[in-house]
Design a protein around this ligand. Structure first.
Ligand SMILES: O=C(O)c1cc(C(=O)O)c2c(n1)C(=O)C(=O)c1cc(C(=O)O)[nH]c1-2
Length: 249
């Protein structure tokens, strides 16, 4: 591989998103176009909680590898965004995700226990934390670059879900509105870091492969959800319709 200019590297990263990002997955097309049953939406939200849960772990692992205080000052905001602030307005991303699972009628303690989550989803999430802990800092930062593509899928998701499902409303989907501000800020910073620091063919290849890894880890979570909840292949012990519902008041 020849050495790429920063703009060429950015374009190569975007091409990976165009070919492999999970907006292309059939389950997402189903979710956003109103074809999911409420139980399929519950299965997706309950499993996706696994991903929400590990994002602060993975960002803490990235932070722990940063020697540069300026870099840490920027990166730590990601943990605050998900965990929330101390004080009067502590709602961060994790709490907002639970507003979605609450709104779908799932019992919060059951969701947080991960008891009903699919092993494949949990393994994928663990793989992301391991990846950023073990690879170079450049690869760890490059693996976050799927966020370059998330504003588009989030916009499609929110408008599609509001249009097609009467069991969600804007308040229940508020997690996504916040991500529309946070993701572009985070992605721009990470892209600038990667294109500035990956200046050899080896590091550029490693950055591209890190983004491919991340696209794969997002994609395979949906494969597992589709296999069980759309195609009807049971997984013993996993959530099934009727299980883990909140008591009705
Ligand atoms: O809804 C989505 O499709 C989606 C995708 C991604 C992503 O592309 O990794 C993230 C998120 N949401 C998200 O909400 C989020 O906080 C987030 C953090 C990260 C990351 O890798 O650091 N990706 C994503």
């Amino acid at each position: 591989m020849n050495i790429l200019s920063p703009d060429e590297l950015a374009a190569a990263l975007r091409r990976i998103g165009a070919e492999r990002y999970h907006n292309l997955h059939p389950f997402h097309k189903r979710l956003h176009s109103g074809q999911c049953s409420i139980d399929e939406v519950r299965a997706w939200a309950l499993n996706r909680y696994c991903y929400q849960r590990i994002i602060p772990f993975k960002d803490a692992a990235v932070l722990a590898r940063m020697d540069d205080v300026e870099l840490r000052r920027v990166w730590r905001q990601r943990i605050v965004d998900h965990d929330g602030e101390i004080g009067d307005a502590p709602e961060g991303g994790l709490r907002r995700w639970l507003a979605l699972t609450d709104g779908l009628g799932l019992d919060r303690a059951y969701v947080m226990s991960l008891e009903g989550a699919l092993p494949a989803v949990r393994f994928a999430c663990d793989a992301y934390v391991n990846f950023v802990s073990q690879k170079t800092l450049l690869e760890a930062i490059a693996s976050s670059l799927t966020e370059l593509f998330s504003p588009q899928i989030i916009s499609e998701r929110v408008s599609g879900m509001l249009q097609h499902y009467d069991f969600v409303d804007e308040s229940v989907l508020r997690y996504f509105g916040h991500r529309l501000d946070q993701a572009p800020r985070d992605a721009e910073f990470a892209l600038d870091y990667v294109t500035t620091h990956a200046r050899t063919p080896e590091t550029q290849r490693a950055a591209l492969q890190a983004l491919e890894f991340k696209c794969g880890m997002l994609w395979c979570q949906l494969d597992a959800i589709e296999h069980v909840y759309v195609n009807g292949n049971p997984f013993p012990g996993a959530w099934r319709p009727g299980l883990g519902m909140a008591a009705r008041s």
